[in-house]
Structure formats: C-alpha cells, structure tokens
Design a protein around this ligand. Structure first.
Ligand code: GLN
Length: 385
C-alpha cells in the first residue's frame, strides 16, 4: 500500500535540541564534571523530602486545584508581602506552574497575538524566543552592553513601536549574572507609562544575589506590577529543579488569561509537592541564606580558576560564572565547550546559544551550584590548561 507523503512544516525550523540537554548529554558521555546545565549537584534538605513523604502518605495524591493548593498560594502571598511589600490576593493573582518555563510559555501564549512584537534582551534564556514565535509574535532582541551587560535604554526606546505588546526582563540575569539597579527600574517605568505594554519578568534567581546587593523585583513597584507577569521558581530556590514547580504572579485580569492557557497546558501541578513546599516556606531562613550559600560557592570557583588562562567576568547574581577566552584562542565557543568536555573533563555552556543570531563573543558559562570539592577539582583541571 502506498504510504501518504507528508510535507512537514516545522513551526520552529531553526530550533534544535536545547543546549542544556546537548551539553549534559555530552558531559555524561565523556564522564566530565558537568558545570553546563544549571542544576544543583548536591542533595536537597532532608526536611523537605520528609514533607513530601508526609503528604503522599496522608493521601494528598489527586489533582490539585488548577491554580494551586490554597496553602501554597497563601504562603507565597505572605512571602512576597514580607519581601516586596505587595498585597497579593492568593486566589486571584498567583498560579502554580510547571516550573517557571511553563509560566513564561503560558503567559506569552495568553497575551501575544500574531504580529505582536516582544522586546527582550540578548544574551537571553533560550525558552523566550520560541515561546514568542510559536504564538506568531515577533521577537525584538536588544543586545546587552558588555563588559558588564547593562541595558542601553535609549536603544530600547528606539525599538518600541505601535506593535510592541510586551517587554521581557530578567534579573538576576541568566547567563551573564548582571542585575537590575534602581535606575533600570526608573527607565522601565518611564518607558511603559501611558502605553499598553505588558511586562514579563523572569525572577527565578531572586534569592541568588551577591555582595550585599538587593533584588529589584517588579513586585515592589505597583505601577509596574499592574501590567506584569512575574515568574519565580522553587527549583532554583530550594535546589529541586527536577520537581518542576514554579509560579506566576499577575493582576487578576492577566491571571485569568494565564489560567485559560495553563488549564489546558498542564491542568494543575503535582499536589503533594505543593503541600510540602507550603509547609517548608513557613521558615523564611530557608531562603534567606541562599545568597550567602551561593556567594561562598561563587568565590570558591572564582578563586579556583583565578590562575587559569580564562578571564573572569563579573557575577552579581545567579549561580553562573561567565569567562572569556578571547585572549588565548580563536576557537568558536561551541568548539571550545566540546573540547573542554572531551579533553579537560569539564562541561560548560557556550554563550552563543543565548543569541538568536549565534553571536559568538568567545564566552563560556559555568554553573557553580555544585559541591565545593567538585568546584575545586574543576578549577584544577581548568587551571592546568
Ligand atoms: N535554567 C537552567 C540553565 O540555565 C537549565 C534549564 C533547562 O535545562 N531547561 O542552565
């Protein structure tokens, strides 16, 4: 029987497998230390594991409400009030999502129509642009300015057009570790005032910020919050990236639209983990210590590669350290990452993967959310180059 010939028309023709999967696979294949994909290399807190057990045994094993279990929504509202002084209605303004990635995807899907323009900043986390494109939107990338990766706000003003529907922002910033200052917030406020531009703010590293600096959350500014979707992540905050639990905060009108998508995308997020997180959140010191915890790791890793030929770039937040190797090699960053994985035994992420046009500035990103001994060993290998 003759088989039907399909003409497959990809919706994402220029997208391959995400770099995080590619590099982790390669690290495993070659037995390299994996500092590529961003995930913790140590155990989560035993108390948190015990809480999951507790709620599974207690029978909390059926569908959660589509927005999230009430005790978790309330615990999040209380936490945000303490941190950013905002009054949230837990039932109307918070939605538990399948990691922050689902929050971003459902948020963009809810608001972006074909032809709408979305301004975002490159290098950019690799999930942003596909979410825009799958919805028929047009990504408008603006290059962050090295060496400290700041936003040139005059360039942003020029990029705004009558079709601009959303600006996506991310602080602390993956992959560069730069963070927003009060001046960035002031520029954004001025820019969107009297427009109908939405903001999507990816704040998954809200608690990973160094040197006494403070996180500038969109939630702290009522005028910005009233037009924003803010995505956060328990995977990053409690070292449990495999749980895939995050949340999105948005005003009621936007939350209603977000949930229309969320309910048919995932319906709801797994229940015993939500109860466990709600109880675990009752002790704020469990996230208040994160900056100190990761700053020690950042400093250890920086010291461990201080004598390597790499040039260390600034890192004010996130658990990523970027380095430049322009001064000693002209290899592409992908070739360099592959070579380091296979020959030196340390895997990292080539930062060109964060640019829509594959801009290659000969920069690599290393994840330092690992055991100290692992960071020291990786440092030794990189220093022997
Ligand atoms: N956010 C993590 C990173 O930047 C990885 C997420 C993923 O693998 N999808 O490395």
């Amino acid at each position: 029987m003759a088989s039907m010939q399909f003409t497959l028309q990809s919706k994402l023709p220029s997208v391959g497998t995400t770099i995080f999967t590619v590099m982790t696979r390669m690290a495993n294949e070659y037995g390299a230390i994996n500092l590529s994909q961003g995930f913790p290399g140590y155990e989560i807190d035993g108390d948190l594991k015990a809480l999951v057990d507790k709620y599974i045994v207690a029978g909390e094993n059926q569908y959660a409400p589509l927005a999230g279990v009430p005790d978790l929504l309330e615990a999040i509202a209380e936490k945000k009030k303490q941190l950013y002084g905002c009054e949230l209605d837990p039932q109307e303004e918070i939605t538990i999502t399948h990691g922050a990635t689902e929050g971003i995807f459902s948020g963009v899907t809810a608001l972006i129509h074909p032809g709408d323009e979305v301004i975002y900043f490159e290098p950019a986390y690799d999930a942003y642009l596909p979410a825009i494109q799958l919805n028929g939107g047009v990504g408008v990338p603006i290059r962050l300015k090295g060496p400290d990766y700041r936003i040139d706000w005059s360039q942003v003003r020029q990029a705004v057009s009558p079709k601009t529907k959303m600006i996506m922002v991310n602080s602390p910033h993956n992959p560069t570790g730069s963070i927003w200052t009060k001046s960035d917030v002031a520029h954004l406020r001025e820019l969107v005032e009297r427009t109908e531009i939405y903001i999507l703010s990816d704040e998954v590293y809200q608690h990973v910020i160094f040197d006494g600096l403070l996180h500038e959350s969109i939630l702290s500014y009522p005028d910005l919050r009233s037009r924003a979707l803010v995505t956060m992540s328990f995977g990053k905050t409690f070292h449990a990236t495999g749980w895939r639990v995050g949340y999105t905060i948005a005003p009621p009108e936007l939350t209603r639209e977000l949930r229309k998508v969320h309910q048919f995308n995932t319906f709801s997020i797994n229940r015993p983990f939500q109860h466990a997180l709600a109880e675990y959140l009752q002790r704020p010191e469990r996230y208040q210590m994160l900056s100190e915890f990761f700053q020690q790791k950042r400093d250890l890793f920086r010291a461990a590669i201080a004598d390597s030929p790499f040039e260390l770039l600034a890192c004010s937040g996130t658990y990523f350290q970027s380095v430049s190797y322009r001064q000693f090699s002209d290899k592409s960053d992908m070739d360099m990452a592959v070579w380091l994985t296979k020959e030196i035994g340390v895997a990292c992420i080539p930062v060109s993967a964060f640019y829509s046009d594959d801009t290659d500035e000969r920069i690599l990103r290393f994840c330092f959310a690992k055991e100290d001994s692992v960071l020291t060993e990786a440092g030794k290998r990189l220093s022997a180059l």
